[in-house]
Design a protein around this ligand. Sequence first.
Ligand code: PEP
Ligand code: MG
Length: 556
Amino acid sequence: MPCPAATEDSRHLKGTGASRGIAFGRICFLRHKPRTPRKYQIKNPDQECERLERARQHAITQLGALYEASLEKLGEQNAAIFQIHQMMLDDPDYVQAINLMIRTQKVNAEYAVDIVGKRFEQQFINSDSDYMQGRAADVIDISRRLTEILMMHAGSLKHKSSPLHGKKGPLLIATDDLAPSETVQLDPANISGILTSGGSERSHTVIFARAMGIPAVICLGDKLIPELENHEAIIDGLSGEVIIDPLPTERRDYRERKLTADAQNAHLEDFRGRPTLTRSGRKIALYANAGSLGDLELVRAADAEGIGLFRSEYLFLCEQDYPTEERQFEIYRDLLSGMEGKKVIIRTLDIGADKTPDYFMLKHEDNPAMGLRAVRLCLERPALFKTQLRALYRASVYGKLAIMLPMISVPEELKRIKKICAEVRASLRRHNVKIADHIEFGIMVETPSAALLSDLFAPQVDFFSIGTNDLTQFTLAADRQNGALGGYFEGDLRAVLRLVELTVKNAHQCGIWAGVCGEMAADERYLPRLVQLGVDELSVVPSALLRTRARIATLG
Ligand code: PEP
Ligand code: MG
């Protein structure tokens, strides 16, 4: 069947490559048919609220099973979304609002869930907090789950058979955006790729697709027309190209590209268990980024030589109240002992900007990325910071800990923080608590100021780790959360590279090491330059580790 408008242009669509890989398949639309529940009056609100409660418990159980099923597939950090959904289903505001509507308006539970879900979605969208805005899709996801359970129990909805049921793959799923729970249930054996009209590189769909190794092209907008259903296509999750009804020559070309990519992946296994060396034999420490204990498995499986960035704030984002010193200690201890003597660089809290747990009660800021975040917040709330430091120092005897401070911009901050650290250590020693003899202490260089003053910072620390994500945002004055500015992060990064050069030079002049832990470390376009500039360490997402080691072996 020819493509609806089979001109050369309409056959070649361009979106954003979001999960790398080449996929062939038949386009299959996964439509989110709005299952709007019918509204009807009920006689017994108590009974209706009980029905709601049963459905809610059922949904929580379903989510628990989804969490367990995703742990292995996606790692704890990704699977945690289902725990967040469970917490949302337990949220008293949400539950009470539904019960109240049932009681006051005497309406059926599924209708109340639908209306309340939409109201919460709107509130989240209108929120000042990026984190809360990000939860809008989640409240719709949980409300849909609850509504479907209620409708299924009432017999008004047949048992939900997957829209993909009976469709033979390989399929390229096309949709507006996938809910996290939908993405994780995709079977990679039947689904070769994902196409979305919306989405963002930071969406859960993309994070999950990457973790599951499914190529994805997002942001296709209205080019993803329903008439494409059942058409054969090829997608390239790196370049963002989509070819509809590919010609035999195009098929051949992409098949070859895929074979080359697959062969490269197979050859990556040769790099397992080997040190990371450039062609001339210079050793680079190749570490992995992590955010939770569950990531340990991914880090170990990736053959990382250490953890170069542990984003400690993830724990705070998953909790509903401040994690205690004991809870933090246990996590750091298990992380350090789990890495069996390999270095673990734990970044102190980087809360603020897009990471704003409700219980922190942060004040509204017009520019939160440049606001009271990370070490600035820790200095403002020393008790919070001291709790984390105590947990870190206590855990230090269980492995090879290094502590790293995010968002440092001026030496005065470092001075104040070092004073707090010394106080905490002294107080622990007074109580006979054992602390490791040597704990490396470094700063992230992720503000232009830190890079420009790196000669002043270098004598005061053991290492620099360059956070190119924020460094790019601040150097190019391009908000990293703004999808419309994505091009700035892909394009001309010479200014950022100059700051990297200066930082590495100042580090080496002072005899300390410098690494990169932002996304640039895993980006093949910039890796040769970073290696040429003499970086000593790179910390990348676990899935990019062997590829990075193999690439380094071909450089300088
Ligand atoms: C960075 O800014 O480059 C970085 C690694 O930190 P994060 O992405 O967590 O802000
Ligand atoms: Mg950062």
